[in-house]
Design a protein around this ligand. Structure first.
Ligand SMILES: *Cc1c(COP(=O)(O)O)cnc(C)c1O
Length: 377
């Protein structure tokens, strides 16, 4: 029999599915009377689609968004009843997969719209239509919007459920771009009514939900807030932390003489220093930009990452801690309730989204929902 995987692993990633469910319910309450979907792209922002998807369904989510078709194909057998949309659109040559598995493309161009119509034949199937109002990435542009407004029959025989667009700056203190997008979106929703039929609107991502009721339309599309990222950056985080990353202490050493720590000796111990070495590195998604900037928490004490983040290791200055507190086999919290994902992101010079989606594949993952814990696949 092999040993306990937690004993073998360099770090443990705990995913609190009860907190995830509570976060969805909070955003859903904030979204009402609009429906709140759940955005689960990129492996549910790094947490694990196979566990997060069903947990969100049990919380009450009925509409899901993935980025890629393969993510939707993974989710389908887990959630046979859910409405599953594919944000990246209708992949050429894969139209049969959407039909066979009852998946809904977010149609990003008039060409995709025409191709979906052909693929569906006489039997219209649900899809959403995406309009670009300020991202300049995906969705109908102004020219295509004008064409569809003038020729609504292009959408005849289609079952369009939503017209959607995406906010570029919903978390910004300055709401002027969001207001501009909102105006453009509402205008297009009215102009496209003959083409859209009964389709509702969908504009708000997580921070968009908190911009007020005008932004919510029929369906909101929260992602990051579900996973603990603050959707209201100017105010305290209304969301619970969902992940806790605990790095294992491999070794603790005493340094008496001045001496460098880590690659490039970017940090030097001056006098008596205790260094704890943890089995987590940039190969695990603990970003190298956290070198000399990250912080960790050991039994309630905050300590700094010193020296460069290595591929497989980081070093903490634990001199200020009582000696018995940091010991080999013990743990330091690198992300979690004591070190929220937004704080880690700020130290790394990035956003919480990137911290979560970078979470590594070597962690021993433990999924808990209330009082039961199950191991991740
Ligand atoms: C990722 C994404 C969302 C979710 O955004 P969050 O800021 O994570 O809530 C919503 N809509 C679209 C189109 C997206 O790509």
């Amino acid at each position: 029999m092999s040993s306990d995987p937690a004993a073998r692993a360099g770090a443990i990633l705990e995913v609190d599915l009860a907190a995830l469910a509570e976060n969805w319910r909070r955003v859903a309450a904030q979204s009402a009377p609009a429906e709140a979907a759940a955005v689960v792209k990129a492996n549910a922002y790094g947490l694990g689609l196979r566990q997060a998807g069903p947990a969100l369904w049990r919380a009450g989510a009925r509409t899901f968004f993935t980025a890629q078709l393969d993510e939707a194909l993974t989710l389908r057998p887990l959630l046979p009843q859910a409405a599953i949309y594919v944000l990246n659109g209708l992949m050429r040559g894969a139209e049969g997969d959407y039909l066979a598995h009852d998946l809904r493309p977010v149609l990003n161009t008039l060409e995709e719209l025409a191709r979906w119509r052909r693929a569906c034949g006489a039997r219209p199937r649900p899809a959403a239509l995406h309009l670009d109002t300020g991202m300049s990435r995906l969705g109908l542009d102004a020219r295509e919007l004008a064409v569809l407004t003038a020729e609504p029959e292009r959408a005849a025989g289609l079952q369009l459920t939503h017209l959607m667009s995406h906010l570029a700056s919903a978390e910004a203190a300055d709401q002027s771009q969001s207001e501009e997008q909102l105006r453009e979106f509402a205008h297009a929703l009215a102009a496209l009514r003959p083409a859209l039929g009964a389709a509702g609107g969908s504009l708000a991502n997580s921070p968009g939900v908190f911009l007020g009721p005008r932004y919510r339309f029929a369906l909101t599309r929260p992602g990051s807030a579900l996973y603990g990222v603050n959707p209201t950056p100017k105010e305290p985080n209304p969301m619970r932390q969902v992940v806790r990353l605990k790095g294992k202490i491999l070794q603790v050493r005493e340094i008496d003489a001045p001496r460098g720590v880590g690659y490039g000796a970017t940090w030097r111990a001056q006098d008596r220093t205790r260094i704890a070495t943890l089995a987590v590195g940039y190969a695990d998604g603990y970003l190298r930009s956290l070198s000399n900037r990250g912080r960790a928490v050991i039994e309630g004490h905050e300590v700094p990452v010193v020296g460069r983040v290595s591929m497989d290791l980081i070093t903490l200055d634990v001199s200020a801690l009582p000696e018995r507190t940091a010991q080999p086999g013990g743990f330091a919290e690198l992300v979690g309730p004591a070190m929220p994902v937004d704080r880690v992101a700020e130290a790394a010079g990035t956003i919480g989204y990137e911290i979560l989606t970078s979470l590594g594949g070597r962690y021993h993952r433990v999924y808990s929902s209330g009082d039961t814990a199950e191991l991740g696949a």
